[in-house]
Design a protein around this ligand. Structure first.
Ligand SMILES: Nc1ncnc2c1ncn2[C@@H]1O[C@H](COP(=O)(O)OP(=O)(O)OP(=O)(O)O)[C@@H](O)[C@H]1O
Ligand SMILES: [Mg+2]
Length: 234
């Protein structure tokens, strides 16, 4: 469904991604693992059109998207749930969610989609009138994910959803991500929480200093000495 081929991405003169290639299929959770500063967010931003690669290609459903603007990429069915949630603090939960439905393809179905999002996150229905800035960290993450789902994506790319959350809530977020996969949505998941992520992911890529250094089935990667030492502290 998504195919990234040999991309180089720069910030000015500084190169952040070097010849990165990867694939994501429908109904598959693919994890991206890497240390702080490895280039994970840069890679997601290059897929969602916030950055453009200097060379290489990004294809989604056999269409080249690396030159498109981010709103056009949302329209095609990729939803980016950003690191740090990026909510509109002075808007209500409901208004934040509705902002996720601005794509033409989905705007007229927004009430129906909103009901589905409230089914996945019942707490958000209870709090629909509350201002986003007054929510707890966990509730804010749920709004960010709910907003991402409002565009009815075929592929969700999610940047560190568990960051700053208590373990029980992390479990809940991971369960929800597995539920999305079971509905056929492809998931590209960045996480610092490597053990738990590899347990729910089908496949994973390791990014080091802007390069993919390892890739494969998550179950196998969990056994790799390099992963165990560098990311699991075993
Ligand atoms: N806007 C920017 N301008 C210049 N350099 C940047 C910019 N954003 C990121 N970088 C640099 O690019 C590199 C990769 O950053 P990136 O945010 O992609 O890392 P990351 O893997 O997501 O890290 P983290 O786990 O801390 O979120 C870092 O060296 C960072 O300093
Ligand atoms: Mg990041």
């Amino acid at each position: 469904m998504l195919e990234v081929s040999n991309i180089d991405t720069f910030y000015g003169k500084i190169q952040a991604l070097w010849g990165v290639s990867l694939k994501i299929d429908e109904a598959e959770i693919v994890a991206l693992v890497g240390a702080n500063g490895a280039g994970k967010t840069t890679l997601l931003n290059t897929i969602s059109g916030l950055l453009h690669p200097v060379s290489g290609t990004v294809e989604f459903l056999d269409k080249r998207i690396d030159g498109l603007k981010s709103h056009a990429i949302v329209e095609l069915g990729i939803s980016h749930i950003p690191q740090g949630r990026k909510l509109f603090p002075d808007m209500s939960v409901r208004e934040n969610l509705e902002m996720g439905a601005y794509a033409k393809r989905v705007w007229k179905h927004r009430q129906e989609t909103l009901d589905k999002v409230y089914e996945i996150f019942p707490i958000l229905k209870e709090r629909q009138g509350q201002l986003a800035r007054t929510l707890s960290g966990g509730e804010q993450q749920m709004v960010a994910m709910g907003r991402g789902l409002m565009s009815r994506p075929r592929l969700c790319i999610i940047d560190e959803p568990s960051s700053g959350l208590a373990p029980l809530l992390v479990d809940e977020i991971f369960r929800i991500i597995q539920g999305l996969r079971d509905q056929g949505i492809g998931i590209f998941l960045i996480e610092q929480n490597v053990q738990q992520t590899l347990e729910i992911a089908d496949r994973a890529y390791v990014l080091e200093n802007g390069r993919v250094t390892l890739a494969g089935e998550s179950k196998k990667l969990l056994q790799e000495e390099l992963i165990r030492k560098a990311y699991l502290g075993l």
